[in-house]
Ligand binder design. Structure first.
Ligand code: 1GP
Length: 236
């Protein structure tokens, strides 16, 4: 699975709890993006997830589920991304829900399709920050230290800098970039057009674009080309 996500430079994140017309979905899936990530912090159910999956499956691109609710784990995705929130004092979001899911599903879990994401949640006003009680007012160095826990100690396949709803601090992202050697570095949050897409793309491996799909699809579509044309900065 690590190899599958390796070429993903741009991802659209679709929320099963939000409406997207057929035409818009087609435009997103045919945009040249590398994959669709299905997920959301609230209102994600089995029914709305399976409905969205079956619509996306008309197209030929990889589709991943970011698991946020045990009740909404739908079979049929290519990959299952499992968030582990690093900067929360609440162990439920690090291993607690995970333990319960393993106890419940046991041998049904297709381990070969799972990839863990070390989440660093940095927008205190976001739903994910409220839900997980993440400590978002941390320094860039602290974010970098969390990234090293994920990258070097836990050896997670993905480190995810998450500013959901707001464009993040690029100096912090740069510090995280300098800290990550082995994991794939995802960035998401507040990418509303080419400019933000280019800035984030220079510093991370994979850019995740969410909200703007539902607010201004034309701008959302422009982020694909912006990301693909931006070379990554190589820091020494
Ligand atoms: C959310 O990282 C994604 O999980 C994308 O954030 O919705 O702000 O684009 P936005």
């Amino acid at each position: 699975m690590r190899q599958m996500i390796q070429p993903w430079r741009h991802i659209f994140k679709l929320d099963p709890d939000r409406e997207l017309g057929e035409e818009e979905l087609a435009a997103i899936c045919l945009s040249g993006t590398d994959a669709i990530l299905v997920g959301g912090s609230t209102g994600v159910t089995y029914d709305n997830t399976i409905d969205l999956l079956s619509r996306i499956q008309q197209y030929e691109l990889p589709c991943a589920l970011e698991v946020s609710d045990m009740e909404a784990i739908v079979p049929g995705f290519d990959v299952y991304m499992i968030p582990m929130v690093l900067n929360t004092p609440d162990p439920a979001w690090m291993t607690g829900h995970h333990r319960k899911a393993i106890e419940r599903f046991g041998s049904l879990i297709p381990w070969e399709l799972l990839l863990a994401e070390g989440y660093i949640v940095l927008n205190g006003d976001s739903a994910v920050a409220r839900l997980t009680a993440a400590e978002c007012s941390i320094s860039a160095d602290a974010a970098g230290a969390y990234a090293q826990i994920a990258d070097k100690l836990m050896q997670l396949p993905v480190v995810y800098v998450e500013y959901s709803g707001r464009f993040g601090d690029m100096d912090t992202l740069r510090t995280v970039r300098e800290s990550v050697e082995y994991s794939r570095l995802f960035y998401g949050g507040g990418i509303i057009g080419r400019e933000e897409a280019e800035q984030a793309a220079a510093l991370c491996d994979t850019v995740v674009v969410g909200n703007i799909i539902y607010r201004d699809i034309e701008q959302a579509l422009l982020t694909v080309d912006a990301v693909k044309k931006t070379p990554q900065i190589h820091l020494d």
